[in-house]
Write a protein that binds this ligand. Sequence first.
Ligand code: CO
Length: 466
Amino acid sequence: MRVQFTETVLRDANQSLMATRLPYSDYEAILPTMDKAGYYSVECWGGATFDSCLRYLNEDPWERLRNIRKNMPNTKLQMLLRGQNLLGYKHYHDDVVEKFVELSIKNGIDILRIFDALNDFRNIKTALEATKKYGNANTIASGCISYTQSPVHTVEKYVEMCKELQRMGFDTICLKDMAGTMSPFEAEGLIKGIKDAVGDMPLILHTHCTTGMAYMTLTKAIESGIDVIDTATSCFSNGTSQPATESMFYALKQYGIDSGLNEKAINEVNDFFKPVKQKYIDNGTLNPKSMGTDAQALVYKVPGGMLSNMIANLTDMDAMDKFDAALAEIPAVRADMGYPPLVTPLSQMVGNQAVTNVLVGERYKNISNEVKNYFKGEYGIAPAPVNKDLERQILGEGGKPIDCRIEDSKRTGEDFAKAKAELGDLARSEEDVMSYICYPKQAKDFLEKRKADEERVCKYTMEAID
Ligand code: CO
């Protein structure tokens, strides 16, 4: 028996524990060791890393990827891609999605884990097709399902989703439990059901330790036939991050389950990251609170991040006395919206609407534009029928949501040329233009600073010659 590992320290662990503030220079030295560790893959890009590079770290995300590639030539590099939203929050046109995938593969990505918040697979089709078009023999398109619990999210429904991903042509399937609420019992039912339906297709489980169930859930997943698990080197594990790589390795070893991991290398990786972690605890970037267990998400059925966000907002508005009412309102809003998974951007939309309903004292008197657009069908198809009264209130009598993807109803094909023209000589590559399309302000600031820095170096050199 074989169960392989995806190491997440460079992306999800970094994102979950320290808001993705780990600069490349902090971990460059360990990459050659990580390259010998025998991971199934290293998740190192996508998610919030792209935004964080430009916004906070003054790093070119593409250059980071190329550097990781150079230092880890033998390991599959993995990214998380939000389908038609790429790494942002809006739907991009197909030509932009296609170009982004082409450049990601060109700069070093092997595995594209592609998901849509609503599990509306029309929103991951373009990214899949581009992966097939620009990929090479090493490239893997992984179809990813946002896991959530609701009356309509049954094992049968998930099995149907997996069959659809297989029909679409994905190479692997990933179950993504972003809130860490999947129990061992649920994992067993799901994985056995999915494995029966999709045969040999590799199945991956991504979960978080947030609620304290992840080790039990992974153990049950392994017994049920999972092929790959996501873990983080132990000093960057637990809390809101993934379970520890070494702990899972030792547990599997005694069962005689082959992980392909190099024991010496994975221990060296952890030794390397210990002082890195300490540095960010000392300067306050890594809040030790995020490393603890918080089972609230199991009680309230909402992700931990959503709770802390709500507490912060209500505290800001001096309205913490409304916390219990807002919390009770979340399941109602979610049901009205047809039980969307509580992942970005739906978690924010549902949370804000629940808080608004409670603060205004009347349901849906104020409706955010995002929720209106959701009912118009701009984010995709809701998992279950939405509240018809609310739909009528938003769309008018006889109004219907659009029956195509939002980007099908809009002009396409000019975004890239327009962005290139706007950047002028600030852009030196297609990658620069793509950064600007994804994060216009942050990318422009970054490119302007890069230019200014170079001019300064240039002037300095001239003076030195004089
Ligand atoms: Co995650």
